[in-house]
Unconditional design. Structure first.
Length: 66
């Protein structure tokens, strides 16, 4: 299965949730904003929302500071 994550291809062996994808790329414990196919996803839904072949994820990390 191919996903597009921030414009780059990520190959996965099977369908996974957004939370699984975040874990796979090392962002599971980071504050992030996620869009799936140009639609914002609430963080509470990351563990339930399944991504499928060809989906596009945009992931932005949140950083505090000045």
């Amino acid at each position: 299965m191919k996903l597009y994550v921030n414009g780059e291809i990520l190959e996965l062996s099977h369908s996974q949730t957004i939370k699984d994808v975040l874990r796979c790329i090392g962002l599971d414990n980071k504050p992030v904003v996620v869009e799936l196919n140009e639609r914002a996803i609430f963080p509470r839904d990351y563990a339930e929302k399944v991504v499928t072949d060809g989906d596009r994820l945009e992931i932005v990390t949140i950083a505090a500071g000045g």
